[in-house]
Structures are given as structure tokens and as C-alpha cells.
Design a protein around this ligand. Structure first.
Ligand SMILES: Cc1cc2nc3c(=O)[nH]c(=O)nc-3n(C[C@H](O)[C@H](O)[C@H](O)COP(=O)(O)OP(=O)(O)OC[C@H]3O[C@@H](n4cnc5c(N)ncnc54)[C@H](O)[C@@H]3O)c2cc1C
Length: 432
């Protein structure tokens, strides 16, 4: 395959070309009104596929406050200066133009399930027949945490760029980075460990470029994990921490975040207090307040849904669906998974709107999703993990399909190249 960076650039120019095509093909639609809240991996895939499959039977509006979605997938490579955030940002308009749905640039502030209407922060209200909530996550409140000073870089955007700049300009040779890992479940199970490896690679490079550890001492990356151990690809990341970065990474399990000292870049955890030249805090996750305040999470952190349709299983929320990271089916919170769930949901919405069964025996036998994560562990090598989930009709839950868990043995250059192919395919199937 062609070199990775060029590959992504080619993808970006493809978006521009499709935008022109879209403006020729776009047409007003009338029909069953579907409002999609969020234009990330779940929302964009849903709008794309319902438009494709349902055509003019559906009038779809996708609402997102941002003009384009910045992908978390591959965003750790922004920190290492390999990719720019612009290369990972996908404008909503070309997709909407190509598939013939509407967009509204706004934030949804309220869901009125009785009136079947949502309110936007621009003063408008949108009525719906089906409402799809694809809002991703928000973070728990942490005493002292100020995201304007301390980047999380876990919802890609300004925070990613802020962490990149702090690493590049404020981490001295032989310096210390402190990062926190949230309590599971969080988005991208291997993601924080991948982040730790790349922070270590950056800290080592900065030190080496300035004369090496002999002159400045070894840099340190303190990894404070709220969990009792590594949550994904344990053998791979244990080997990476011990062998590739044995002098750099100090891994501390059972370190639950208590508070942050944003001025001094310090944290207090259940495993002690730490401070660094650069501090990367990733707080625990939950479904956004929009969903929790509406009652869709039934007081828990995540929205309760039927995994056969992704329709809310909380009483009083008929025709409201939650897909992607915000829901509680227990499947990995990943972009690949959000893309898969969106297709199951689009099929269910189409069937329900057409009076077809969503829980037919044939359909229940075929409810399948899958997930994949590629993790760069150095500037040139990556590891990967994949899994398939199937619906268990007796337990009425999604569960890991037998023998479907696959993982690389360690890391290598070929997987690093495959990572770009995989990401480009996922981006194309979601945003283009
Ligand atoms: C560093 C990192 C690496 C990752 N790597 C991988 C990987 O290798 N493979 C993988 O599969 N996954 C990976 N992930 C996880 C993946 O990014 C998420 O699981 C995925 O983005 C979830 O999709 P989503 O649609 O639920 O949420 P998002 O993609 O976050 O989209 C949510 C959208 O909703 C919008 N929104 C929120 N609130 C409102 C509102 N009130 N009104 C209107 N719009 C709203 C937001 O603006 C946003 O556009 C990674 C994550 C990180 C942080």
C-alpha cells in the first residue's frame, strides 16, 4: 500500500470531490421525520445508511454543534506530530449532500419525549417521528479539574491540539509526564495504554534530541490507572511498558483520581499524589447530561437500550434510540462498534416505520456487531485487537461470539501500515 500519510490526504481530497457531487444530487425529502443528534461515528453512519436504504421515505436531519467531526481514532498520532487534526476532521456537509439529508449546526439542549420534539441552543425546535441520540460521552466532574489548563485529548479537538503543544514546547529533556486512565467502561479500551506508549516515545525523543538520558536523566511517564490492571491487550502492553519503555513508564494500578491541581499540574489519587511537567487527565466517562436529565439512563451512567434495535428500554421513550458510546449494552465503546450499531439501528428504524417486525426470529438470529482497535505503540509499530458480538436470545444481551477475539502477538510495522488501511475504510464508511 502507499505511504500512510499520503493515504489520508487522498481521503480528504475525496471528501471535497464528493461535496460537489452531493450538491448536484441533494434533494429535499418528505416522509418519516428522523432527527439524529450527533454527527460522530454513530450519528454519521446512521444518517448515511438510513438515507441509502430508506431514500425519500425518510426526512433526516443531523444536528451537531460543529461544522465537522474530529475523529478520536488516530488522534494519538496528532500528539506525535505525524498527523494534523485537520486531516482527521470530516465536514458534515459533503456527506449530507451526497446522501440527501439535512444538517443543523446547533447543540440539542432538551428532549421532550411527550411532545416528540427537541430544543436547540439556537432557539429552534425540531419535531421527530424517530429520534436517534448519538452524542458520545461526557466526563465526570473532578474537584479542581480545569480542561482549559489540563488537556484530556479524549474528545478530539482543541484539547488534542493543546496536549500536542504542551508536549512539544513544555516537556523538558528528562522531564515528567503524568497521565490518568479512567475507570472502565471508557471509550477505546486499549486507547489509554496506546497513549501511554506514545507519550513515552515522545518523552524519549525529546530527551534523545537534546543529548540523551546520560545528560538529562531518563524521562518519566507516570501512568495512573483507576483500574486494577491493564484493560485490553494486557500481554502486549505489559511487554511494551516493561521492554520498550522499561526506563520511562511507571505504571500504577488502582489509582483512582480524587482531585486535580490544575495550576501545578498535579493530581491526588487513591495511590498517592503526583505532579508532572505535562499532565494529561482523562476523567471517568458517562452519557451526556442531555440523556441523563431526560431519564434515559434511569439514574445510571449510560442509556438503557434494547440491543436488537437500540430503542430505549426505559418506559416512556418510544421511538428514541441511543447508539455509540452513550449506551449501556456492555459492548466495547469504540468507533468501529458505533458504526456497526448504527447500521443495526437504521435497519430497525426502517422496519418499524414500515410496519415490519424488528424482533422476527430471522432478524434475532443475525444481530451481530464487531469492533477493532489498532494501537500504535511506537512511531513505527502497532498492535491490534478485534472481536465480534452476537445477540444471546435467552439472556437478551450482546455477548462475545465464541472464538471471535483476535489480537496481534506484540506489535510490528506491518500492523502500523494496516492501521491506516483500516482507519481509511472506517472513515469512508462513516463520513464520506
Ligand atoms: C485516543 C483515542 C483513540 C481511539 N481509537 C479507536 C480505535 O482505534 N478504534 C475504534 O473503533 N475506536 C477508537 N476510539 C473510540 C472512538 O473514538 C469512540 O468510541 C467513538 O468516537 C464513539 O462514537 P460516538 O458516535 O458514540 O461518539 P462521537 O464520535 O464522540 O460523536 C459524538 C458527536 O455528538 C455530538 N454531540 C454531543 N452532544 C451533542 C448535543 N447536545 N447536540 C448535538 N450534538 C451533540 C458531538 O459534537 C460529536 O460530534 C478512540 C478514542 C480515543 C479517545
Amino acid at each position: 500500500m502507499s505511504i500512510s500519510r499520503r493515504n489520508l490526504l487522498r481521503g480528504a481530497s475525496g471528501v471535497a470531490a464528493l461535496s460537489m457531487l452531493g450538491s448536484l444530487q441533494g434533494q429535499a425529502q418528505t416522509g418519516h421525520r428522523v432527527v439524529v443528534v450527533g454527527g460522530g461515528f454513530a450519528g454519521s453512519t446512521f444518517a448515511r445508511y438510513l438515507s441509502l436504504w430508506g431514500g425519500s421515505d425518510f426526512s433526516i436531519t443531523m444536528v451537531d454543534p460543529r461544522e465537522g467531526h474530529s475523529s478520536c481514532v488516530m488522534s494519538n498520532l496528532v500528539l506525535t506530530n505525524e498527523l494534523s487534526l485537520a486531516q482527521l476532521t470530516f465536514s458534515h456537509e459533503p456527506l449530507a449532500g451526497r446522501f440527501g439529508f439535512h444538517t443543523e449546526m446547533a447543540s440539542v439542549t432538551k428532549i421532550d419525549a411527550t411532545a416528540r420534539r427537541i430544543d436547540l441552543d439556537n432557539g429552534k425546535s425540531l419535531p421527530y417521528d424517530s429520534l436517534i441520540l448519538a452524542t458520545g460521552i461526557e466526563f465526570d466532574d473532578i474537584p479542581g479539574y480545569d480542561p482549559a489548563l489540563i488537556p484530556h485529548a479524549w474528545i478530539a479537538g482543541d484539547s488534542t491540539e493543546q496536549l500536542r503543544q504542551q508536549l512539544n514546547t513544555e516537556l523538558p529533556p528528562g522531564g515528567t509526564v503524568v497521565m490518568t486512565i479512567p475507570q472502565a467502561p471508557y471509550r477505546c479500551p486499549p486507547g489509554p495504554y496506546e497513549r501511554a506508549c506514545l507519550l513515552a516515545a515522545m518523552a524519549q525523543k525529546i530527551t534523545d534530541d537534546a543529548g540523551g538520558s546520560g545528560v538529562h536523566g531518563s524521562p518519566t511517564v507516570v501512568v495512573l490507572d483507576a483500574n486494577s490492571g491493564i484493560q485490553a491487550e494486557k500481554a502486549t502492553f505489559t511487554a511494551a511498558f516493561n521492554n520498550l519503555y522499561g526506563d520511562v513508564i511507571k505504571y500504577v494500578p488502582d489509582a483512582k483520581l480524587i482531585s486535580v491541581d490544575a495550576i501545578n499540574r498535579g493530581v491526588e489519587t487513591t495511590a498517592g499524589s503526583y505532579a508532572g511537567d505535562v499532565l494529561n487527565v482523562i476523567p471517568n466517562h458517562r452519557a451526556p447530561a442531555l440523556l441523563r436529565d431526560a431519564g434515559l439512563t434511569a439514574k445510571g451512567p449510560w442509556a438503557l437500550v434494547d440491543p436488537v434495535t437500540y430503542e430505549s428500554s426505559v418506559e416512556g421513550f418510544d421511538d428514541i434510540y441511543v447508539i455509540g458510546d452513550a449506551q449501556a449494552t456492555g459492548q466495547p465503546k469504540s468507533a468501529h462498534m458505533a458504526n456497526a450499531q448504527a447500521k443495526v439501528c437504521a435497519d430497525a428504524v426502517m422496519r418499524k416505520a414500515s410496519g415490519l417486525a424488528t424482533h422476527s426470529v430471522e432478524r434475532l438470529d443475525n444481530i451481530t456487531t464487531n469492533s477493532a482497535c489498532f494501537s500504535p505503540v511506537s512511531f513505527t509499530e502497532a498492535a491490534w485487537l478485534t472481536a465480534v458480538f452476537r445477540y444471546n436470545q435467552t439472556a437478551q444481551v450482546m455477548e462475545l461470539a465464541p472464538n471471535s477475539l483476535g489480537a496481534s502477538e506484540g506489535w510490528d510495522r506491518e500492523s502500523y501500515r494496516d492501521m491506516y488501511d483500516w482507519a481509511n475504510n472506517l472513515f469512508s464508511d462513516t463520513f464520506v
